[in-house]
Design a protein around this ligand. Structure first.
Ligand SMILES: Cc1cc2nc3c(=O)[nH]c(=O)nc-3n(C[C@H](O)[C@H](O)[C@H](O)COP(=O)(O)O)c2cc1C
Length: 167
């Protein structure tokens, strides 16, 4: 009886009944590891599930060369319709709060973030989405404004730039 009660309590706690917690997801894309490190820390702080949005085709250093107008990232960012393929999908249905991380590319989010959003719109609707980003120096404001404009049906929250100097 006592053991059964303890198991029951542990189950309630694990689903966050007592803490009033909601299940959180930290989903992020990172081309060179900076956003990844921040996402890992955030997931730990929020006790959230961590998910890397991985491109089907990895970005090489040349792909990321923003000085070259013909590089993959330049071509993708110049075309609002570009949606790079994602390697693997996950079921986000159980998660109630979403933290969405990315590096700032040309002032906004990389197109793969839009690929991920497009794949998940029905499951995201109504859930608070907290964007976070790393950058060379750009602020996150314009990236969040862009996301709000492209996805007005989603519940965008204030964004947070998480550059080392800002923490
Ligand atoms: C294609 C490309 C475009 C970028 N555009 C910007 C930009 O507009 N503003 C900025 O401050 N940093 C820019 N950066 C720098 C990245 O935002 C920054 O290095 C970021 O922390 C990288 O994160 P990651 O290691 O997770 O990929 C750009 C980097 C790349 C590769």
């Amino acid at each position: 009886m006592k053991k059964g009660f303890l198991v029951f309590m542990a189950t309630l706690m694990s689903i966050g009944v007592f803490a009033g917690e909601q299940k959180a997801l930290v989903a992020y894309f990172s081309a060179t590891g900076t956003t990844k490190a921040v996402a890992e820390q955030l997931a730990q702080e929020k006790n959230a599930f961590l998910w890397e949005i991985e491109p089907y085709q990895h970005y090489t250093a040349e792909d990321l060369n923003w000085r070259n107008k013909q590089s993959r990232s330049s071509i993708e960012m110049a075309d609002e319709e570009e949606r790079p393929m994602i390697k693997q999908c996950m079921n986000i249905t159980p998660y109630e709060t979403i933290y969405l991380g990315f590096p700032i590319w040309w002032g906004i989010c990389p197109r793969i973030i839009q690929s991920w959003l497009d794949n998940n719109i029905p499951q995201l609707e109504g859930k608070p989405i907290y964007p976070f980003a790393t950058s060379g120096s750009s602020e996150i404001g314009p990236a969040v404004e862009y996301l709000k404009k492209q996805y007005p049906m989603l519940n965008w929250q204030e964004g947070k730039l998480m550059n080392a100097s800002k923490k």
